[in-house]
Each structure stands twice: as C-alpha cells, then as structure tokens.
Design a binder for this molecule. Structure first.
Ligand SMILES: [Zn+2]
Length: 299
C-alpha cells in the first residue's frame, strides 16, 4: 500500500514546555523512525486556516486560543495558536494525500481526541480528527467516515462531536474510564449503532482485548462502508507507558493493524493514521513505526 508521512520541523513547535508530558521530541523521534520505512514518501504539512478550524470548533473557543487563555488546567494555549494550526494542517494534508493515492497517510503530531467543539482539554487544543472529518466532507465530498481510536484514553471529544451523526462511526478502545481520564465517558452503556466503546479493565489479558475487538471489524466495516478510516493510533496503552494502567504490548497493535489494513485494501477506502498519546518516548516511536509498516506492507 502506498504510504505518506507528513512532517516538517514546523511541527516541533507543538510543545507544551518542560515538565509537561506533551513534548515535541516524541513526534520528532516518531517521524524519524517512520521515515526509515522503505518507499515511504515524506511531504511537508500546510498550516490550517481559521475557516478550517471553524468547521468543527466554535468562534468563541477559537478566540480564546488566539488570546492564549488556558483551555483547561492541563492544556495551555499561550504561544500555541500557530503550532496548533500546523498540527491540524498536517492532518488535513494527510487526508488530502490518502484520498489522492488511496493508501495510508500519517501525521504523528495529531489525534487530539479530547478537544470538544467549544473547548480544549486533556493536552488537546484543536480536535484535528473533528476538523478533518468536516474538511473531508466539505472539500472532498465524502459522506461516511469511520474513526477507530485505540489510545488508552476515551476519544471523548470526537465522540461528543459526532455522536448523533449517522455518517460518522466511532469505535474507541481504552482503559476503563472509572480508572482513567476522562472518567466521565467511554462506558459500554453509551454504545449505540454508530458508537462503540470497548473499555478495558486493568488486569484484563491482552488476548481477551484482541478477541473482543478484532471480530467487530468484518461485521461493522462492510455494513457501514466507510469512505475514509481515521485511526487514532495512540500507544499510551502499552504496558510500559507512564500513562497506562492496562497490559497491551506490541502483540495487540500487530493483531489489529494488519486486519484493518486488509479491510482497507479489500474495500478500497484510504486510511489516515494520527499519533495520539504515547509518553514512553523511544518505545512510542518504535510502536508507531511498526503500526505504519503493517499498513504499508499489506498486499
Ligand atoms: Zn491518551
């Protein structure tokens, strides 16, 4: 499958400062690892515009970010308006490239799934997944988009943004939110015919998580028929990640990614991979690379 990495050093500016887990070195190392994959094309991002941000976010919230008021206690925005535009722009570039060549495109500096339409939180300023879905509809004429999010935290901002939208299907696999941020959502009783939560209790075996998740794809994907699949490939659920309270290893990502890659190939929809979480920096880069490789090498 053809693959594109969206990267340039502008994305290094998306950095929340010393002492904060959201440092741009994690993305730099990730991009350097992914760039080593045979045959991958590297393209620079463009900067998103205010008009594009407003496809998902409210004008009031955009104004707050421009003025540098903190979005929430864990999410500064001072000096981060321009970097956040680059980060969202990198996701929009990835969407353009994936739709152009029908393969996979990657933005490691993206996947900001906690940001809601009217506020940012959880280290997420603008929700590039939400902006990306609206952009793909407006500029590429798409209707149905699927989001699969295996970050250790529930993809609550994306879910809230589209939970009543029949053309957006969200699947989120994450640590049981009674034991993990964002605490208030991500439970099984919120599931409906377009939104599926798969909470993972600390102590659940990796094999059990794989068995609950993988059989869903051949059932759901042919009936929904996405025109684009966006994957938030956060690896902060890995057992060695400082944010994780669950037991995932390389085996989990390597069980899930090839299945989705084959579905994409068979059904003809492109895939956009977004970095999301991952705070054990060298490990994060290796895991992201192996996920991207699983997509690129599928026949
Ligand atoms: Zn996370």
């Amino acid at each position: 499958m053809k693959g594109t990495l969206v990267w340039s050093d502008e994305l290094l500016s998306y950095d929340f400062g010393e002492g904060h887990p959201m440092r741009s070195i994690r993305c730099k190392w990730g991009a350097e690892e992914i760039a080593k994959i045979d045959g991958i094309e590297i393209v620079p991002p463009r900067k998103a515009t205010d008009e594009e941000i407003l496809l998902f976010h409210t004008p009031e919230y955009l104004g707050l970010v421009k003025h540098g008021a903190p979005a929430s206690i864990d999410t500064p925005t001072a000096g981060l308006y321009e970097p956040a535009l680059w980060s969202v722009g990198a996701t929009l570039t990835a969407i353009d490239k994936a739709l152009e060549h029908g393969g996979v495109a990657v933005n490691v500096c993206g996947g900001w799934h906690h940001a809601e339409r009217e506020r940012g939180k959880g280290f997420c300023i603008f929700n590039d997944i939400g902006v990306g879905i609206e952009y793909a509809r407006k500029h590429h004429g798409l209707n149905r988009v699927m989001v699969i999010d295996w970050d250790v935290h529930h993809g609550d901002g994306t879910w809230k943004g589209f939970k009543d939208d029949p053309d957006v299907f969200t699947i989120s696999i994450h640590q049981d939110p009674s034991t993990q941020y964002p605490y208030t959502s991500g439970y099984e009783d919120e599931n409906d015919d377009r939104n599926i939560n798969i909470p993972v209790k600390p102590g659940e075996s990796e094999e059990s998580v794989i068995q609950r998740l993988v059989p869903l794809f051949p059932r759901i994907i042919p009936s929904f028929m996405p025109e684009l699949l966006i994957i938030q490939m956060g690896v902060d659920g890995h057992k060695d990640d400082p944010m994780s309270g669950i037991n995932l290893t390389e085996r989990f990502y390597h069980a899930v990614a090839p299945v989705l890659a084959r579905c994409s190939r068979k059904r003809g929809f492109p895939v956009v991979l977004l970095g999301g979480g991952g705070f054990n920096f060298p490990k994060t880069a290796q895991l992201w690379r192996s996920i991207v490789e699983d997509f690129i090498k599928v026949e």
